[in-house]
Design a protein around this ligand. Structure first.
Ligand SMILES: [Zn+2]
Length: 499
């Protein structure tokens, strides 16, 4: 089934009727999981009779049900909605962060109020499970040439929260964002037209559309859909949110920014409608001196939590959206550019950036004009709405899989106390009631992606006999009874006595 092509309307109706007839709970995943929970627990008890048996009791029927519900959700993502939102945002003339905050038709204030009302409408059909708020703060002046804020400026992030349904997981948060501010050639020109159709109405529209389809369903962990401002002024909205989150101890397990996800014909002439780049850093932005010393000693520069997140997105995204390709880029961001994932990375949260594969710089950060027959400006006619829908599906597949799965294992360590050809890995136990157990994954040290996995049961340590930690990279992921898998946690070395 090609999910990118919208179904004919009659077929849509037939499918909807079919779903209505066969699905007991239209709210999907979690109710199914709870119904099946009893049987899952019984299976685990039987497994405990043979405690050394390596294996995880995963209900294959449940796995396929969850998959089917995610597929139904992805099919609801509608390019026409995305186009409507992008064109509406463009119609505010400019969304420069320094533009009017109180003009109802032009400027960033009008865009802010529009997004708040879009999210609020979505919340009304979510049975109260999606809540919407404006996070407003005053950004102090940072005049040019050092800064891009000539005078103190109020900045507002519009934040919609879909609270997780499982008490053990509801405090675990996944954030997806786009920035709704825009700029023309000069970042401090608040009067010029700055349509910002691709940068970044595309990402903002993708986030709103994800909120619409995901808020009809329940997830065990919490998902935050966010439209931020001040990106072009220096990542200001995202920085404020990330700093507040850090100070409040919010457990953000992953953050995606979607920024420039709407153009499929590059300035190099290449057309590519199937690839999306996922930028992920290798060496963590918040690495400590001690961690750097360990990395120099035994490697790990390709195994940050952001890199594990990128691998997870590629795995899940290409499984659910097989016509798409997730191109992992081993960089924090492009040369000379930055994005809203960076303030999250700097505060220790795993974060990645989604961006189209071939950019056209004539349509970014340009005054709208024609010069020598070339059209400049970030206009809606240069945006491929079907492509944004594809990117939104990859995001939503990954977010849904993350928010349905257990947390990635914590305290994962590789025991280095004595020289041995075996590899002993330890971790702390997860707390989710539907946890089935863990899988050890590994790969050759020169391989980019995890190549092997072994189910090891519901244990907190495991020894890979005859496999030397010197010759492979290892990791651990958690699995629930429905077969939902977490991203991989990469171990830190500890000596046995240090534990
Ligand atoms: Zn941008």
């Amino acid at each position: 089934m090609n999910l990118v092509q919208p179904f004919p309307r009659t077929l849509n109706f037939t499918i909807a009727l079919f779903i209505l007839l066969i699905v007991v709970s239209p709210l999907g995943f979690v109710a199914d999981a709870q119904r099946r929970g009893t049987r899952g627990r019984n299976q685990t008890r039987r497994g405990n009779d043979a405690p050394l048996r390596a294996g995880i009791d995963v209900d294959p029927l449940q796995t396929s049900r969850s998959n089917a519900e995610i597929r139904r959700m992805l099919a609801e993502i509608d390019r026409r909605n995305i186009e409507r939102i992008v064109r509406r945002l463009v119609a505010f003339g400019t969304r420069n962060t320094l533009s009017a905050q109180d003009n109802p038709t032009r400027g960033i204030g009008a865009a802010r109020d529009y997004l708040y009302s879009e999210f609020t409408q979505i919340a009304q059909s979510s049975r109260g499970r999606l809540t919407v708020e404006k996070q407003t703060f005053e950004q102090p002046a940072a005049p040019p040439p050092q800064g891009r804020v000539p005078r103190p400026t109020m900045i507002t992030n519009v934040v919609a929260t879909l609270r997780g349904s499982q008490p053990a997981s509801a405090d675990r948060v996944y954030v997806v964002s786009g920035h709704y501010d825009s700029m023309c050639t000069s970042p401090t020109d608040a009067e010029c037209d700055a349509p910002g159709a691709n940068d970044d109405a595309s990402g903002t529209a993708a986030v709103v559309e994800m909120a619409r389809v995901m808020s009809k369903r329940e997830f065990e962990a919490t998902v935050i859909f966010m439209a931020v401002a001040g990106e072009e002024q220096g990542l200001l909205g995202a920085t404020y949110f990330a700093e507040q989150a850090k100070q409040r101890g919010m457990n953000i397990e992953a953050m995606f920014t979607n920024d420039i996800v709407g153009n499929t014909v590059g300035g190099n002439g290449v057309q590519d409608r199937r690839t999306v780049r996922v930028f992920s850093e290798g060496v963590p932005s918040n690495e400590t001196t001690q961690e750097a010393a360990t990395r120099r000693s035994v490697g790990g520069e390709n195994d940050s939590s952001a890199r594990q997140l990128a691998r997870f997105i590629k795995d899940v995204g290409e499984r659910y959206v097989p016509e798409a390709r997730v191109q992992i880029i081993y960089r924090r961001d492009r040369y000379g550019r930055g994005g809203d994932h960076i303030p999250f990375l700097e505060r220790g949260f795993a974060a990645v950036r989604f961006t189209e594969p071939n950019e056209d710089y004539r349509h970014q950060h340009q005054n709208v004009r024609t010069e020598n027959g070339i059209a400049y400006g970030d206009l809606p006619q240069f945006v491929d709405y079907g492509y944004i829908a594809t990117v939104a599906r990859i995001n939503a597949a990954a977010l849904a899989s993350l928010a349905l799965a257990p947390a990635r294992p914590k305290g994962v360590s590789i025991v280095t106390g004595q020289l041995t050809n075996d590899t002993e890995i330890r971790w702390t136990a997860n707390t989710e009631p539907d946890l089935a157990g863990y899988e050890i994954v590994w790969r050759e040290t020169s391989a980019p992606l995890w190549t092997n996995s072994r189910a090891v049961g519901n244990v907190t340590s495991f020894t890979m006999r005859g496999m030397s930690k010197d010759n492979y990279f290892f990791g651990v992921r958690s699995v629930d009874r429905q077969g939902n898998r977490s991203p991989v946690s990469y171990p830190r070395p500890v000596s046995r006595t240090a534990r």
